[in-house]
Unconditional design. Structure first.
Length: 186
């Protein structure tokens, strides 16, 4: 391949990458911290579920409380970039949903906590990544950088904002508890 042809091909590739939508700095603040974000949200959900049962005077087996989430980063086509947390798929209760947690009461009753708004297309907790910093040092590095995840409605008017607590055996809805509106990643 001639040098001129390589140069033209390189310029075309470079031009193509320059017209692509830029990835926001906010979105990038999560990169490399995906496991931390998932672990932090799992801990916050565990606390919310424990409070939910404590407020209803239902004794739970604390060691049985298991939260399982998977995080994915989504660039958003008509929306800002965001991260999405899903549990295990469950199509039998509350429309399309995902099981974020399971817990057993001390009397043996099993419960599931569903990420579900009740709509057919919303089964995830979606959070915008918001990056803040105090400024820059003399080398141009960010000073006092923070990344916060804020609950986000990605266009579905029935976006997931709660965990639906369901009796796993009967399918009866016991109640709901709110997902954290926002939390600091670092």
């Amino acid at each position: 391949m001639s040098t001129m042809l390589r140069t033209i091909l390189f310029c075309l590739l470079l031009c193509g990458s320059l017209v692509a939508a830029p990835v926001s700095k906010d979105y990038l603040c999560v990169q490399g911290h995906e496991q931390d974000a998932t672990a932090k949200l799992q801990t916050l959900i565990k606390d919310a579920i424990a409070r939910f049962f404590q407020d209803r005077n239902i004794a739970i087996n604390s060691s049985s409380l298991q939260v399982t989430l998977t995080m994915s980063t989504l660039p958003g086509t008509n929306t800002p970039p965001y991260v999405s947390f899903t549990g295990n798929p469950n199509n039998s209760a509350a429309g399309a949903s995902s099981v974020a947690a399971t817990v057993t009461a001390q009397d043996g009753t099993k419960f599931t906590a569903l990420l579900s708004s009740g709509s057919d297309n919303q089964n995830a907790a979606e959070y915008l990544a918001m990056r803040t910093q105090r400024g820059f040092d003399k080398e141009g590095n960010a000073v006092d950088e923070h990344c916060t995840l804020k609950l986000f409605n990605a266009g579905d008017t029935m976006a997931t904002e709660n965990l639906l607590i369901v009796n796993a055996n009967s399918g009866h809805t016991v109640g709901l508890t709110h997902l954290p509106r926002q939390f600091s990643l670092y």
